[in-house]
Design a protein around this ligand. Sequence first.
Ligand code: HAM
Length: 423
Amino acid sequence: MQIEKIRGFRDFYPEDMDVEKFIFRKAEEVAEAFGFRRIDFPSLEYLDLYRLKSGEELLQQTYSFVDKGGREVTLIPEATPSTVRMVTSRKDLPKPLRWYSFPKVWRYEEPQAGRYREHYQFNADIFGSDSPEADAEVIALASSILDALGLSNVYEIRINSRKIMEEIIGGITSSDPFSIFSIIDRYHKISRDDFTDQLRSAGVGEDGVSMIVDLCSGTLGIDEIEKITGRGSDEITRMGLVKDLLGSYGVRNVRYDFSIVRGLSYYTGIVFEAYDRSGQFRAILGGGRYDNLASLMSGDSVPAVGFGMGDAVISLLLRRENVQIPRQRKSVYMCRVGKVNSGTLNEYSRKLRDVGIDVTVEIMERGLSSQLKYASAINADYALIFGERDLEKGNVTLRDMRTGEQETVSLDSIVDHVVSKAR
Ligand code: HAM
């Protein structure tokens, strides 16, 4: 009996992993180029860590259990609480900290395109700065990663502010603003009727309901909002500044969207998400400012801003947009014909690997045509054919796997010759 894999979980075959590796590599390269440094943390944490401020929805989605020592633990559903724990556990770290991580996270959600129960989630956060420059920097980083992945024409960034929304909602209802945010967060996921019903049930009156609908649908723009919240509201000025700063980074595909409030409860200021412009998938990434989580966890106040970006929607976009994933290194397949000592193949493989060329060696007893077929199947750039008769004259044959062209190369010039070849 074959046991199936668990619903919502993925296998990654080598060709799938090539896509993942491309995402990991680009995210890492761009983060490092912005001065971010990688951290990591356990995959299992106390469930209490998420009780503080992740919100009821995420808590409901945890893969949690009581371990053999009677502890209530969970596979991590997000990276932020562990990261904040690391920040607050060390007082000697020079602020601001720019940290990134790439953990797997687990959420018991309904699987759909781009949403699984296990995913890799790139996170980047700045700790110790409450400036709009920090807000702009993390958004610019997110945008630069998407650009580096070849997706520059595919996405837009939508920004909003919890502070502005709190101001507006405070004028509409005395209900807890977060209970309204969690409904607004569902605006694009539920029908208009369900949306308005849920707002009414949360205590919002008819005028408030229609204002929230106008906000979420984009009928009310920033100018009207300035009038509602009072001209010159500090947060509106700050958002304008962040947008200007983003312009200086060359990030122009940014717009206000008052339906973006984010589902997690810890955000305190700017919130943002990146979306596929065609609207095919759910959010590509999301984040925001969360200035109170550190003080809730440790009593130390550490302002923070950052975002999380899953691998799933990006890998779907890369496939949909047919982005070619560049291979990093040249590759050679070593073939063997007749009585050829495998030690000879190993010796030359080592020389080639030493200069940064990937080498795969024939380890079967089979004819040359099968070997070449295999070399082609594994996408080798070149085949280096060690034939018994060639070797007697001190030569091997180099075959370009793309064009099929072959040339004779002397043994002592193999390395230089392969190095000089294009990929
Ligand atoms: P989040 O919006 O819950 O934020 O998740 C961030 C991103 O993770 C989403 O935009 C999406 O790309 C991906 N994602 C979330 N759930 C799934 C899923 N079930 N399957 C595939 N991908 C998924 C957070 O987790 C925050 N902790 C991010 C953050 C970091 N905020 C500040 N710093």
